[in-house]
Design a binder for this molecule. Structure first.
Ligand code: NAP
Ligand code: ZN
Length: 348
């Protein structure tokens, strides 16, 4: 066992404070990562505040991890000390079921082990990336290309793969019109990926405050959803709507913006149930779908695509003592566009 500095919360909604936690001894296929940066995902806030049901405390959140390999187990083949690597939302899966074999570890039949607020197959509770070191199987690490700095790469490990996966699956590309709802951590990467894939991208944001940024990220249009004219003007326009909003939306209004046969895919995960009219789907044979992060092979594909296309997260780097304030700013949609913790400041 080794000890590492971490930001931990004792109970639901309690502030994050600096402490130390234990990391396991290296197993054969484990690597130790010296974490340089950890992104703050809205999912961290949902879980710290128990908005998704009961959670495990004390909790060290963080599933957007970027750092450097500092030691390797005897059986490690993929990585060496000094390699630049990332870890996302998962740290283990059975490796044997049809989904694991297909590189969709998030659907592991035994249950993928989440990076934090989860239990490993050894029964130990998992602790996430708001810390200075993590020990993880090499199967759940991905290589961060040299073209990407570690700080702007960290958010790709969750926000990046969560948007890249459905854009690919639902065919965002040349000749398609894609709307991204919510310009936050996920949304801004969704815009960049959709534009790089060749789609014509519109941002649907609560206001026009982020309009200039939408253009900078590659969108051709940006509309305020608080303006009712938006829903008149854009009726029947989109092949795909990617909803990244952390709160509930009036689904019928958004489904009306799809072309016939179009799909609205939800990655935003509000705690309250949603409702919609069946006729909002039936009329145009539309699809209302969800999407869950992405598997390890596709996470590597996404990072390589990002490096090739010059895609990185727009970040505000913060020190450990600013994390609680940062949470409030994320909830207020006041982040441009991802907070990233400089883990060297934990306990400093
Ligand atoms: P975020 O940075 O807070 O972005 C969410 C954006 O939604 C905000 O920037 C805001 O954009 C918009 N928004 C917020 N409240 C709203 C409201 N009441 N009405 C309308 N729009 C609102 O959050 P994130 O980190 O991108 O995460 C977004 C959601 O995805 C969270 O629920 C998170 O848990 C979930 N998530 C899901 C997966 C998955 O696998 N499916 C993975 C990661 C995260 P504007 O200012 O542009 O309106
Ligand atoms: Zn996340």
């Amino acid at each position: 066992m080794s000890r590492t500095a971490a930001l931990s919360t004792a109970s639901a909604g309690a502030p994050l404070t600096a402490t130390t936690i234990e990391r396991r001894d290296l197993r054969d296929d484990d690597i130790t990562i010296d974490i340089a940066y950890a992104g703050i995902c809205h999912s961290d806030i949902h879980q710290v505040r128990e908005e998704w049901g009961s959670a495990i405390f004390p909790m060290v959140p963080g599933h957007e991890i970027a750092g450097i390999v500092s030691s390797v187990g005897d059986g490690v083949t993929r990585y060496q000390v000094g390699d630049r690597v990332g870890v996302g939302c998962m740290v283990d899966s059975c490796g044997e079921c049809e989904f694991c074999k297909d590189g969709q570890e998030q659907f592991c039949v035994r249950g993928a082990v989440m990076t934090y607020n989860g239990k490993g197959y050894d029964g130990e509770e998992t602790m996430g990336g708001y810390s200075q070191q993590v020990v993880v199987s090499e199967r759940f690490a991905v290589r961060i290309p040299d073209a990407l700095e570690l700080d702007v790469a960290a958010p790709l490990l969750c926000a990046g793969i969560t948007t890249f996966n459905p854009l690919k699956r639902w065919g965002a590309g040349p000749g398609t019109k894609v709307a991204v709802v919510g310009l936050g951590g996920l949304g801004h990467l969704g815009v960049k990926f959709a534009a790089a894939l060749g789609a014509e991208v519109t941002v649907l944001s609560q206001s026009t405050a982020k309009q200039a940024d939408s253009t900078r990220f590659g969108a051709v249009d940006h509309r305020a959803t608080k303006d009712e004219a938006t829903f008149e003007d854009l009726r029947g326009q989109f092949d795909l709507i990617l909803n990244t909003v952390s709160a509930n939306l009036p689904f019928d209004d958004y489904l009306a913006l799809l072309k016939p046969n179009g799909a609205m895919v939800n990655v935003g995960a509000p705690s309250e149930p949603s409702s919609f009219q069946a006729f909002s789907l039936i009329g145009g044979s539309k699809v209302l779908a969800g999407s869950n992060i992405g598997g390890i092979p596709q996470t590597q594909e996404m990072l390589d695509f990002a490096a090739e296309h010059g895609i990185a997260a727009e970040i505000e780097t913060i020190s450990a003592d600013q994390v609680n304030e940062a949470y409030d700013r994320v909830v207020a949609s006041d982040v441009r566009y991802r907070f990233v913790i400089d883990t060297a400041t934990i306990g400093a």
